[in-house]
Structures are given as structure tokens and as C-alpha cells.
Design a protein around this ligand. Structure first.
Ligand SMILES: Nc1ncnc2c1ncn2[C@@H]1O[C@H](COP(=O)(O)OP(=O)(O)OP(=O)(O)O)[C@@H](O)[C@H]1O
Ligand SMILES: [Mg+2]
Length: 400
């Protein structure tokens, strides 16, 4: 036999038995009462009452499941007793014992839901047991459904509560993430400002101790200062873009990528650390022009080269290459630096993902990816921890 779905749910929710198996029999005729009690005792826990008053008393004390009552009693009818019983124990099943002559009263009571069944006197044993079986079935199902509805409500309330808590925690997390991001941003700005200040202080000092400062030296210091300023401005711009999350405005023109790379190299050469690396540049001759925003793509190349410098030690190798593959213009920066741990590799393009750097903001690659993708190009990274890293950018070559 297929399992009853309600029984299954009861089992799952460990609701156990929902019925007490207690039957209250009410009859003013002592003999009838004893006969009924004896018949039902083998299967149910029986309570007998000779009067309505006694029945009410028992209903108050015991958790009765089913009431069987005679209809005709001296001081109260069975139906009236049931009406009273509903005020004390509404959750019972009520069966009346009656003679034919009472049918209209019975129908009325059944229609009002006060009586579950009526049994005609003299009652038949099988019919009595079958009726009781039905009564308990109905009781069990009704109580189970009510309990299950309660459980659903309880779970709903708990769910609503935990959803509220989740939202609170999430908001707190966002707040603290924002604060941490602000910390990193101000850290980056302070770092850039310090570099500029150091340059200016050096000039001041040179002027103080040595009136006729070497022209080349002064030029170098000023150029480094300007590069620092440019960096500073780029950082501020990136932050601004990130905070506004707006589309970048591209000012595209048809240009030669090799030219862009050469320009970038003249800028990054001002960085003393860059000069301490072994830099190899391989630019493919006769590259077709690309339709790009030269300043934005320069920013991408600067970001990649700066990362390569930061990842390598003095005399570390950095290779900068351009090439043409399948009508795609490719730009590559490779280094033999520290590499990126595999578990970090899919995070590096996320905003504020910076690892192993004291003053990294973690916007360089995020912005670079955004710029490349707005050009309809792709940026990819391959890295092996301890061995090195390659970043590759592919842009669509302009068709003649
Ligand atoms: N060439 C590289 N070699 C090793 N790790 C790299 C390399 N390039 C990027 N990374 C890793 O990826 C992270 C994210 O780079 P990204 O340029 O976005 O941020 P950042 O350099 O930390 O800060 P900034 O915003 O100043 O550029 C770096 O912190 C670094 O851990
Ligand atoms: Mg960077």
C-alpha cells in the first residue's frame, strides 16, 4: 500500500501520535452504558458518564478524542450536550446513538457540524467499530493538518527572522568593505603624494646646499615628479570611475600600437625601479593600425608594466611584445617575477583585489580590463607561482 502522505509528513516532523485513544460514552441507562463500555474496551480507553453533567466534568479533566452519546437523556439531549462540549473541547469527534424518530434533529446537528455520525439503536457491533475507525481517522488527519500548518507558520516566521538578520549582516559587511576600500584608496593617494613630495624636497635640499644644481639632475627629478603627478591623477581618475561605475568615454582614433608602446616606455623609464630591470622590447614591424583611445590603452600598458616591475626583483626580466595573430593585434607583458597563486588568479581583475603589496589599491587590472573590453578586446593572464606571469591583450586590427 502506498504510504499516506500525511503519515510521511508526521514522521518527517517527528509529530508522533496525535491522538489519545480516549472515548467518552454518555448514556443515562446504566445497562446500555456497561454493554457499550465492554464492547469498546478491547480497543479504546473508555470513560463512562451517566449524565450530561458528569460528561462535562470528564471532558474538563481528560483529553477525550471521541464522544458517543445517547440522544434521549432526561436532563439534556445528546445534541445539546455536544453543543456544550464544543465550548470545552472543540477538537473532538462526536457520534450520537439514536432511534429513527429523531432523524430531523440529527440532520440539523450534522449540518451544523456538531455531530459526525449517528448510529441507529440497537447498534450493530461492526458498524460501531467502523464508525469509530472513521472518527479516529478524521481526528488524526485534522490534527495533523493543523499541526503541519503551525509548523509551516513557525518555519516562515523563523525564515523571515533569519532573512532580516542576513540582510543586516550583509549591510554591515558592505559598510566595512567600503571602509576598507576607502582605507586602501587614501593609502594609495598618500603614497603617490609622498613620492612627489620627496622629489620636491630633493630639489629644495639641492638648492639649499649647492646653489648651482646640475641641470640634468634637476631635469630628472622634475620628470620623476611629473610622472608621479601623472600617476596620482590616474589613480584619482580610476577611483572616480570606480565610484561612479560609469562607462568610460573613449576618444578613438586610428593609430599605431607600436607608437603607443614607445610612448609608454618613455614614461615608465622615468621610474628608477623600471630602470633596474632587464627589459626586452620586441615590436612587430608593420603592424596594421588600430582604432583605439591611445591615452586609455597607454594607461593599460602602464598598469601592466608597473605590476611586472613590482612583481620582479632587481635585474628581473620583463619582456614587452607586440604581434599580429589572426587579424588580432596582440600586446604582451611577461615577467619572471613572483607569479600569482592559482587560487588568486581568478580574483585579480576584481576591484580592490591586491595581494602582497603594501600600497596596492587593486584597481589597476580592474580598470585595464574595463578599458580593453570597452574596446571590444580581451585581456588574459597566465601565471605560474615562483616562475612568472604573462598578460596578453588582443585588439581587433582595423581592416583596410
Ligand atoms: N605581473 C604580476 N606578477 C605577479 N602578480 C601580479 C602581477 N600583476 C598583477 N598581480 C597580482 O594581481 C593583483 C592585482 O593587480 P592590480 O594591478 O589590479 O592591483 P595592484 O597592483 O595591487 O594595485 P594598483 O591599483 O596600484 O594597480 C596584484 O596585487 C598582484 O598580487
Ligand atoms: Mg597594479
Amino acid at each position: 500500500m502506498a504510504p499516506n502522505p500525511i503519515d510521511e509528513l508526521l514522521k518527517i516532523h517527528r509529530l508522533g501520535n496525535l491522538i489519545s485513544n480516549k472515548v467518552l460514552i454518555v448514556d443515562d441507562d446504566e445497562e446500555n452504558l456497561v454493554v457499550l463500555e465492554t464492547a469498546l474496551e478491547e480497543k479504546y480507553r473508555i470513560y463512562g458518564a451517566n449524565s450530561g453533567a458528569e460528561a462535562i466534568e470528564l471532558l474538563r479533566k481528560e483529553d477525550i478524542d471521541v464522544i458517543i452519546s445517547d440522544q434521549r437523556m432526561p436532563e439534556i439531549t445528546g445534541v445539546d450536550l455536544f453543543r456544550e462540549s464544543l465550548k470545552i473541547k472543540p477538537d473532538t469527534v462526536r457520534i450520537i446513538l439514536t432511534a429513527y424518530s429523531d432523524t430531523s434533529a440529527m440532520l440539523d446537528a450534522i449540518n451544523k457540524g456538531e455531530v459526525f455520525r449517528f448510529l441507529i439503536k440497537p447498534w450493530d457491533r461492526d458498524a460501531l467499530f467502523a464508525t469509530l475507525e472513521d472518527a479516529f481517522d478524521r481526528l488524526r488527519t485534522g490534527r495533523a493538518i493543523r499541526r503541519l500548518v503551525d509548523i509551516v507558520n513557525e518555519k516562515n516566521t523563523a525564515l523571515e527572522k533569519s532573512y532580516g538578520e542576513l540582510k543586516d549582516t550583509q549591510e554591515k559587511l558592505i559598510q566595512s568593505e567600503k571602509l576598507a576600500a576607502m582605507g586602501r584608496l587614501t593609502g594609495g593617494i598618500i603614497h603617490d603624494l609622498k613620492n612627489i613630495m620627496t622629489g620636491l624636497l630633493m630639489i629644495e635640499e639641492e638648492f639649499g646646499t649647492n646653489g648651482n644644481i646640475n641641470k640634468d639632475e634637476l631635469k630628472e627629478i622634475v620628470l620623476i615628479g611629473i610622472a608621479g603627478m601623472r600617476n596620482f591623477a590616474e589613480t584619482l581618475k580610476s577611483i572616480n570611475h570606480f565610484l561612479k561605475r560609469e562607462e568610460l568615454l573613449l576618444e578613438k582614433s586610428l593609430i599605431d600600437l607600436n607608437g603607443v608602446v614607445k610612448n609608454v616606455l618613455s614614461i615608465v623609464r622615468m621610474d628608477l625601479e623600471f630602470r633596474k630591470r632587464d627589459v626586452v622590447v620586441n615590436l612587430k614591424a608593420d603592424l596594421p593600425p588600430v582604432f583605439i583611445d591611445g591615452n586609455k590603452i597607454s594607461q593599460v600598458i602602464i598598469n601592466l608594466v608597473r605590476n611586472a616591475v613590482q612583481a620582479t626583483q632587481v635585474y628581473g626580466k620583463i619582456e614587452i611584445t607586440t604581434g599580429l595573430y589572426d587579424s588580432k593585434i596582440v600586446f604582451k607583458v611577461s615577467d619572471n617575477g613572483c607569479g600569482i597563486p592559482p587560487e588568486k588568479l581568478n580574483l585579480i581583475f576584481e576591484p580592490f583585489a591586491s595581494f602582497g603589496k603594501e600600497d596596492g589599491i587593486g584597481l589597476g587590472l580592474y580598470i585595464s580590463k574595463m578599458i580593453v573590453e570597452q574596446h571590444g578586446g580581451r585581456i588574459a593572464c597566465a601565471s605560474e607561482q615562483g616562475k612568472g606571469t604573462t598578460f596578453e591583450i588582443a585588439l581587433q586590427a582595423e581592416r583596410g
